[in-house]
Design a protein around this ligand. Structure first.
Ligand code: CTP
Length: 197
């Protein structure tokens, strides 16, 4: 039933380099985005899966593009978004990245104090940027929350100009990062709320 439709799906974490050997990342496994890409391809869609570093095989009939940082993911999504019927952003994109990347390994001897501060700068909100540019594609975002979930998700739906937001809790058992199951609430822009166990 999705034959002839083009989908862009993002998945996984982004890695933001600190120096040549270290990065800031998150616990996203990519499983949710890969599952979405897989089922959409089985239903006949032409799927482009833009993913951060994960340990997952590429689903059959899916075009996979590997990226590492939030800015790489931004550039890649921008390249593919205009032709997509729907864009599904399941990736856990870093909101902040080191303001400067050290070209050499940071040595502990260089710091006298017992603490080390890193200066971070905001990354681009990919969903928001797509939403500004592209009024044609169906735009689906995700919200990972730990409290006041529905309120935060509705705010993201509105502010990011989405058609649908899928809310999942980071704390509920059987949901969140790196598990094989999920428990979600799907909120549509027309106010419809659907809970899936
Ligand atoms: N997202 C994005 N670009 C970012 C950050 C998030 O495209 N720089 C997308 C995610 O892929 C997801 C949605 O925005 O579909 C919401 O992500 P989430 O981390 O829940 O929210 P944030 O907007 O980052 O807000 P906060 O971290 O403050 O909850």
């Amino acid at each position: 039933d999705l034959e002839g439709k083009k989908l862009v799906v993002t998945a996984g974490p982004t890695y933001e380099p600190i120096d040549p050997v270290r990065f800031i990342g998150n616990r996203s496994s990519g499983k949710m985005g890969f599952a979405i890409a897989n089922i959409a391809a089985q239903r006949g869609a032409q799927v482009t899966l833009i993913t951060g570093r994960v340990h997952l095989p590429t689903p059959k009939f899916v075009k996979r593009i590997n990226v590492e940082t939030a800015s790489e993911m931004y550039r890649t999504v921008m390249k593919y978004q205009s032709k997509a019927n729907a864009i599904i952003m399941a990736a856990a994109v870093a909101d902040f990245t080191p303001a400067a990347v050290s070209l050499t390994k940071i040595k502990k001897e260089a710091f006298q104090e017992k603490t080390l501060s890193l200066t971070l700068k905001r990354t681009k909100d990919i969903l928001q940027e797509v939403s500004f540019k592209n009024k044609r594609s169906v735009l689906i975002g995700f919200a990972l929350e730990t409290g006041n979930a529905i309120i935060h998700a509705k705010k993201k739906l509105k502010e990011k100009g989405l058609d649908v937001i899928v809310l999942n809790s980071a704390l509920e058992e059987g949901a969140g990062f790196d598990v094989d199951t999920n428990i979600v609430t799907i909120i549509s822009k027309n106010g419809r709320i659907e809970k899936l166990k």
